[in-house]
Design a protein around this ligand. Structure first.
Ligand code: SIN
Length: 274
């Protein structure tokens, strides 16, 4: 693919690319928007460097791709409900995204994508890993693809979010979103098949005894986490990562305690998986 308004430097042949020649703080023309969107579809997660953005500029960039999502567990600060603060310091008991997941896959219409801007990063560590779930699907045998293609998974946010509240010392009786999704979804833009189960939100496979469901999910979690499907992003201050939740999963490393890592995420609403 050739681009006229941006430079695209792939991180790996499979997933991830750095995009240069864009200022996310400024309104983006239609041609450049199309090229950034094309790069996201091709590489599934894209990265930008040296971007200083206000919360409003961050939200404006996200809105080019769709309506913004309000997080069911942690709505944003006053005046910015669509902002999800990502902040870790010496007082933190946990971080966001320590296990492989696709954001809020428990929503009936899970997010299209997420845009994370970190303004403060540790000198070492704090990388984010991304894994291509289309590459993971492609690597399965044909009989396994056919078998998984008929399965449905139950996703539920309650276990994860209540557990996060408990680890912060808060009692939480709220009921969070729950939904049924195909185990193999079709990406609505690229048409690629994608594995869509993750250990944070997927509770079990529908219409299956618990032991069968556990064994299949366990196989898929091990398969999805194979290193050949992954790219690892090394942050610098004012880097931005924009991932397509429909085609990648991600995991944030917490190897920098007690140092500070801080920024903001906007999340773009998606549609019902098919
Ligand atoms: C997340 O949005 O899951 C957190 C990702 C990160 O902090 O790198």
């Amino acid at each position: 693919m050739t681009y006229e308004t941006i430079e695209v430097r792939p991180l790996t042949p499979t997933v991830g690319a750095e995009i240069h020649g864009v200022n996310l703080a400024e309104p983006m023309g239609n041609h450049q928007f199309t090229e950034v969107h094309d790069a996201l579809m091709r590489h599934e997660v894209i990265f930008f460097r040296d971007q200083e953005m206000t919360l409003d500029q961050h939200k404006d960039f996200g809105r080019r791709f769709g309506e913004l999502h309000i997080h069911p567990f942690r709505p944003g600060p006053e005046g910015h409900p669509e902002i999800l603060r990502i902040h870790t310091d010496a007082n933190s008991t946990q971080i966001a995204g320590e296990a492989w997941h696709s954001d809020v896959s428990c929503d009936p219409e899970p997010p299209l994508g997420s845009i994370l801007h970190l303004h403060t990063v540790p000198e070492e560590g704090g990388d984010t890993l991304f894994a291509s779930m289309s590459a993971a699907y492609d690597a399965l045998s044909e009989p396994m693809k056919a078998f998984l293609g008929g399965l449905t998974a139950i996703h539920d946010g309650t276990r994860n979010y209540r557990d996060r509240s408990r680890r912060d010392g808060r009692e939480d009786t709220k009921v969070y979103p729950r939904a049924e999704h195909p185990v193999i979804r079709t990406h609505p833009v690229t048409g690629k098949k994608v594995i869509f189960v993750n250990p944070v939100f997927t509770m079990r496979l529908k219409d299956m005894p618990r032991d069968e469901s556990d064994a299949i999910l366990e196989f898929l979690y091990r398969h999805n986490a194979k290193s050949q499907f992954q790219a690892r992003f090394r942050w610098r201050a004012n880097s931005v990562a924009f991932w397509d939740n429909r085609s990648v999963q991600h995991l944030a490393m917490w190897d920098y305690y007690p140092n500070v890592r801080s920024g903001n995420r906007v999340t773009i609403q998606g549609d019902r998986p098919f």
